[in-house]
Ligand binder design. Sequence first.
Ligand code: SF4
Length: 82
Amino acid sequence: MPINHTSSTAELAWQESALCAQTGPDFFFPDPGSSTREAKRLCAACDGREACLEYALTHDERFGVWGGLSEKERYALRRQGR
Ligand code: SF4
């Protein structure tokens, strides 16, 4: 999920191909209990998916769908010691 804060240009290069930048944040930050299916479908087709997920894990992003994974799925990945 593209963000707007100070990070290096190289670190955020994947955002140039981010599909969510074209659709807006609604799918990616759904209300609690709402479906993440649409966001994950877009992520599956996004060229920046791997870098996006890596960014979210590195920066401990707690909310929303990043790189095709929900916050719960990222939390599970971190607990596995990814
Ligand atoms: S993987 Fe998903 S959340 Fe990440 S940039 Fe692509 S569309 Fe956005």
